[in-house]
Design a protein around this ligand. Structure first.
Ligand code: BGC
Length: 309
């Protein structure tokens, strides 16, 4: 399940939203275990995230205070964190990024996020599964709706992010939904540094055709500062499940979201959801076939021609 790397987007230079250039890292030198004696990463932490007036979500820039202080949140990660380099800072679990410090991230170590794979049956044609994607203004890419996890309750965090980025209409349906965790771990995010990185928990939620019809045709994100509502919407899921398409130039997704969506196709809960419910299947079988159908079950020779004929 964990991301195995090597990361690519975490090498993005200049660093997003700045003119800060990362020190180049050859692919072979990404793992900390690979010798890189000359490695001297650029140091960058958003100055607004330092000092006593920093926002509440940003930890102290003094890493040793954070490590020991519960009040400052400590270092969080799904990974066993190694400490190294200057000031014994937490080290990115995948390896070097060419930039030390925290960049624009608020926490040392893992910065937790939550993401939602909202999957529905097309309201006109139930055989077409669709996924809701948002358009991230700053990154100019499509992405899963999600955001930084504030607080410890994951379900609440998911609900908050979905409400902000998809609109409150869909959240009315959320309480009835069971959530399947598709992925937990490292995200290859352009904001990552040697000492601070994104991690996410991605949940899948399924909506049947009847629920899709109850949704308004246009969902309305409220967080329009980060999300361009006009470009958000339901997209055919299948084009994102095909790695050749989604990794290519046609449909790039933000950070590791393409890989997260692709993991999803093997999920038993998705496979079950795709399968038409048994009651519909049996109704389509004519009376004459029922005997043969039961006979086949008995003989464990149930095969699709019986069902489709
Ligand atoms: C985004 C999430 C994303 C995470 C890691 C957050 O800012 O809102 O969708 O998974 O960063 O890239």
């Amino acid at each position: 399940m964990p991301y195995t790397g090597p990361h690519q987007k975490a090498l993005t230079t200049p660093y997003p939203g700045t003119k800060v250039e990362r020190t180049p890292v050859p692919l072979t030198q990404i793992p900390w275990s690979a010798p890189a004696h000359q490695y001297n990463p650029t140091e960058h932490t958003n100055p607004l995230h330092m000092g006593p007036d920093r926002p509440q979500y940003a930890q102290s820039e003094i890493v040793k205070d954070v490590i020991t202080s519960q009040e400052l949140g400590g270092i969080k990660s799904f990974y066993a964190t190694q400490f190294g380099g200057r000031e014994l800072r937490p080290q990115n679990p995948i390896g070097r990024t060419g930039l030390s410090g925290r960049g624009t991230l608020g926490h040392w170590g893992g910065n937790p996020a939550v993401d939602a794979l909202l999957i529905r049956q097309n309201p006109e044609d139930a055989s077409i599964p669709e996924i809701f994607l948002i358009w991230r203004r700053a990154d100019r890419t499509l992405a899963l709706p999600g955001g930084m996890q504030e607080g410890d309750n994951l379900t609440e965090a998911l609900k908050k992010e979905v409400t902000e980025e998809v609109g409150s209409e869909i959240t009315k349906l959320l309480p009835e939904k069971s959530q399947t965790i598709v992925y937990r771990g490292y995200v290859d995010d352009p904001r990552n540094t040697d000492n601070a990185w994104m991690e996410t928990t991605a949940f899948a939620l399924f909506f049947n055709q009847e629920e899709s019809r109850r949704m308004p045709t246009k969902l309305t994100p409220t967080d329009t500062h980060e999300v361009d509502a006009a470009k958000c919407g339901w997209f055919p899921l299948n084009s994102f499940l095909n790695p050749d398409i989604s990794d290519g130039k046609r449909l790039p997704l933000f950070a590791s979201h393409a890989q997260i969506v692709q993991r999803f196709k093997n999920l038993p809960s998705y496979q079950n959801w795709l399968r038409p419910p048994l009651v519909t299947t049996t109704c389509r079988i004519g009376n004459r076939k029922i005997g043969a159908f039961l006979h086949a079950i008995k003989k464990r020779r149930l095969s699709s021609p019986i069902l489709s004929s």
